[in-house]
Design a protein around this ligand. Sequence first.
Ligand code: JCF
Length: 677
Amino acid sequence: MSNSAEDKIASLREQISLYNDHYYRHDAPIITDAEYDRKIQQLKKLESDYPELITPDSPTQKVGGAVLDGFSKVAHQVPMLSLDNVFNDDDLSDFVVRLNKRLDSDKELVFCAEPKLDGLAISLLYEHSQLIRAATRGDGSVGEDVTYNVKTIQNIPLTLKGDNIPEIIEIRGEVVMPIFAFNSYNKKAIEKGEKGFANPRNAAAGSLRQLDSNITAKRPLAFYSYGIGQLNGGDLSNSHYQRLQQLKKWGLPLSDEVKTVSGIQGCLDYYKTLLESRDVLPYEIDGIVYKIDDIELQQKLGFISRAPRWAIARKFPAQEEQTILLNVEFQVGRTGAITPVAILEPVFVGGVTISRASLHNRDEIERLGIKVGDTVVVRRAADVIPQITRSLPKKNTLSKDIVFPTHCPVCGSEIERIEGEAIARCSGGLYCAAQRKEAIQYFASRKAMNIDGLGEKVAEQLVDEGLINTPADLFSLKAEQLVNLERMGAKKAENLINALKKPKKTTFAKFLLALGIREVGEATAKNLAEHFLTLDALKQADEEELQEVDDVGEIVAKHIAYFFRQPHNLEVISALIEAGIEWPEISPKEQKSLPLQNKTYVLTGTLAKMKRNEAKASLQALGAKVSGSVSSKTDCVVAGESAGSKLAKAQELNISIIDEDELIALFTSYETILNGN
Ligand code: JCF
């Protein structure tokens, strides 16, 4: 016997016992299930090589659960066992072959097959049809009394209904949080700034093991039966499958997927079918459970310390693996959105090797609380993009904070993050190479500069070939430069050059739209043009003045002001004007003459009879500017309830002040204008 085997065994047992503690006692695993299974397999292998080292307290010999303080203890009359696992078809076949040998029979064995739900095992004790006690599995002999909590689970009947109900029957099954419920619960938790659960299994276990059943009652849990423990009376079938169907008739929930299958091939086929429908099941499953269907054969086979000999779990490939976060890169999208991307030590999960995963945005990084160097969990469900779902406790004390850049990694422009928005963006706009294609395409689009023959493909080629960097460069293109582009030719090139002559005569509104300022669409561009009349006036407007424009709120005003502060954008604008783009001046006379033309109003305090937005819109409809602060330029202050410093300032500056009723009277007198007549 090698000393190192003994050491390895001791070390594995110690590790596993720590993992068990976190998983079963705290409902907060510190490694993935896949990693845990590998540790158990390693230990099993060593123990089978050195059977003299097996001890009854080895994690391979006992059920891993724990009993929490605060719950009453329940002794299970019939031990609540766990299951042995296999991870491939060969080991599953070996299991069936072994059973045939043990039973000294070569008849094809019939199995009851079912999905292995990833939740928490529970025992429900019914006496005279009444649910009198519910318990967790605990260590298999002693569990926790969770009767009050379990009674809040909607699909568990408090009374069994039907014929031939045994005097005493203990039903065993799994409590889960259905995936749909888990997702919506977590979404809400995250919106509230809470952490959410790592996965549906933790959600179920954490919800059920609450000392306050009011908390459990608020959690969307569900139960599915898988077997019977203690049993007195009744006259049950000798088939495990038929017994489960009987439970269903008495009102107990049963998974729709439970089936009987025959022999090795039957087991393999069932596995394949269920693996394919894994993602459409309402609950998370981590494998298949096969049980000998004949109860007499089950009894003949009996069990070893922690698991029955007549059952096996065939695990599915893991959807979650752990790996190291090596670095975080920041990508710039076509709209300037900055996306942090996790660079991972490559890991095989869900059938593919993953080395990168989007971290979405800064909020997500904060929520995950991850640092470079951390061990993270990567999840990849079939056909879903890989996600980092959580970080595991630090192994690496040298972890480094993820630093969000202040400047665009592509063009060096400042990165802008509007308060209340999750996405940070490069402010480079027209100047940033990452955004060039998008910007040029938008510039040329029908509703903006309307350049015929300049669609997505051509814009891409022009940028990729280095023929243009900004929309201004479009106007110095020569036909000779275009003819060699793919699918272009002389005729098309000439057409495009001709088309580029036309948009030079445009309107101020279309020009503004073409600049692609964030959140400035057609309507806003038109309002801006009509309000400011000239490009210079617009460039100089501050956020407050911008908000005087119809439809321009705080955020849009920020975007506009920001855009015109960027030197790169001003350069592109100058180049465009120099290239000959022009528009007819909008004469102030074209504006409708309105009663409050050139008057500036300030709204302050609380309005009781109308919304502030409505008041603002009506004032603007009458031609007034509505400003956020009182100055010598203010013509009138509307003071609502508990108006404060702005009212005082108006008094100080001797500005005319009206109350809400006077404002309403004003609106009434201009009713015809406000109603659009
Ligand atoms: O779905 C399960 N997690 C599950 C666990 C299903 C079963 O039929 C089980 C089990 C644990 C022990 N059967 C046993 C005997």
